[in-house]
Each structure stands twice: as structure tokens, then as C-alpha cells.
Ligand binder design. Structure first.
Ligand code: AMP
Length: 218
């Protein structure tokens, strides 16, 4: 099972990706997570990516493609993968398609998550995450048991610095300009499934499973 989750920031891709990764037993590859890890570790790549991420811009294709390529050819991705937040440009999508072709593989499905702008802003503004286990909460919709504290690790939750109001608009504009064209790109290739991202996590989950090949679900 080789999947892509496509859609604007804050639409719920990461939350649903965790669920599908567990259900299908395929690794979730989130370029956002990989980049944040590199920034935290202060690697050369992280230092290069940091400024783009803080401004809500895309990190240059060459950097991101290198990160993904390494993972896709590893044994971890032998039985499939779920790409969350990649590709984000037509250049990345072309490169991915070439790389998969050279590995003798293809994509099974691209799921496009849609959501209204006010709801995206509400979700991003309330998003908090655990710096240790990366669990994601929402102040109103998915609150932790104890305010501001991770249920699993018991440590203080943080807000991503690119989730601040001034950066959200920039990220949405970048999405419209550079990533939204991928909706048609994959529609033309007949592998796009459209998912309404509104509602409860469980409701979106049920709609999502219905869009995936039923025979592969446990
Ligand atoms: P995300 O966690 O997916 O919202 O990604 C956070 C940030 O990481 C984005 O705003 C970009 O700066 C960067 N990023 C993540 N994935 C990509 C990608 N595929 N291409 C370029 N930049 C990316």
C-alpha cells in the first residue's frame, strides 16, 4: 500500500496518517516531522531548512527530495508507505514518480483532504503537541486530560512556532500557489480520492477507510 495524504496545513492529515499507518502496518513518512527533527538536532540540513519553515515557506525541493529518497529505498518501506506532506510541488511529484518507477513501484492512492479556511485556522490555532512523543492535541476538540500536559509523557505541550497566527496565512497562501495544483495532477492520473476533512476525528476516519481499497483493510 503506497499512499499520499495531500491537503492544506491543519486539515488533519497527520492525525489520520497515524491511524492508517497503524491499521495498514505501513510507515508514515512526514517530511514536516523529518525536517523538525533535523532542526532540533541542528544538522546541516536542519540549519538550512529552519528559516524557510519559520517563515511558513517551502523548503527547497532538492533538500526535501533527498530526505524522502533515502527513506523510500530503505527496507522500512518494503511493504508500502504513507507520505504525509510530500509531495508539495509539481517538481517533487515528478521526482517521486521517477524514483518509484526506478524502484519498480507505483502509487496506489492519493487522498486529498478538504476543509474550509475558517475551520483550518481554528484547528491550527488550537493545535498543541508533545515535544517528546509528538502526540497532537487540540485545545477544544482533543484536549489532554490535564490542561497543557501530554497524556502519555506527562510533559508540557508546546505550540509549533509556524502555527502562530502571523505564519498561518503565509502557509495557506504557499499551499494555494504551490501545492494545490497537485490535486489536478493526481486527478489526471486517476488515483485521487477526495475526503471531506470536516467533523470529528472518528467521522473523518470512517470516510477515509471507505476511500481505501477494502481488501487491504484488516
Ligand atoms: P508540516 O508539518 O507538513 O506542516 O510541515 C512544516 C513545514 O516544513 C512546512 O511549512 C515547510 O516549511 C516544511 N515542509 C514540510 N514538507 C515539505 C515539503 N514536502 N516540501 C517543502 N517544504 C516542506
Amino acid at each position: 500500500m503506497r499512499l499520499i495524504f495531500l491537503g492544506p496545513p491543519g486539515v488533519g492529515k497527520g492525525t489520520q496518517a497515524d491511524f492508517i499507518s497503524h491499521k495498514y502496518k505501513i510507515p508514515k513518512l512526514s517530511t514536516g516531522d523529518l525536517l523538525r527533527e533535523s532542526v532540533l538536532k541542528e544538522t546541516a540540513l536542519g540549519k538550512e531548512a529552519k528559516g524557510y519553515m519559520t517563515r511558513g515557506e517551502l523548503v527547497p525541493d532538492a533538500i526535501v527530495i533527498g530526505l524522502v529518497d533515502e527513506k523510500l529505498s530503505s527496507s522500512e518501506c518494503q511493504n508500502g508507505f504513507l507520505l504525509d506532506g510530500f509531495p508539495r510541488t509539481v517538481g517533487q511529484a515528478d521526482q517521486l514518480s521517477n524514483n518509484l518507477a526506478s524502484l519498480g513501484k507505483n502509487l496506489d492512492r492519493v487522498i486529498y483532504f478538504s476543509l474550509s479556511k475558517p475551520e483550518i485556522i481554528r484547528r491550527i490555532s488550537g493545535r498543541r503537541s508533545c515535544p517528546q512523543c509528538k502526540a497532537v492535541y487540540h485545545l477544544e476538540s482533543i484536549p489532554p486530560k490535564k490542561s497543557g500536559i501530554c497524556d502519555v509523557c506527562g510533559i508540557t505541550l508546546v505550540q509549533r512556532n509556524d502555527d502562530m497566527p502571523e505564519t498561518i496565512e503565509a502557509r495557506l497562501a504557499v499551499y494555494q500557489e504551490q501545492t494545490a495544483p497537485l490535486i489536478n495532477y493526481y486527478k489526471e492520473r486517476h488515483i485521487l480520492g477526495e475526503l471531506d476533512g470536516a467533523g470529528l476525528v472518528s467521522e473523518v476516519q470512517a470516510r477515509l477507510v471507505a476511500l481505501l481499497p477494502p481488501t487491504r483493510v484488516e
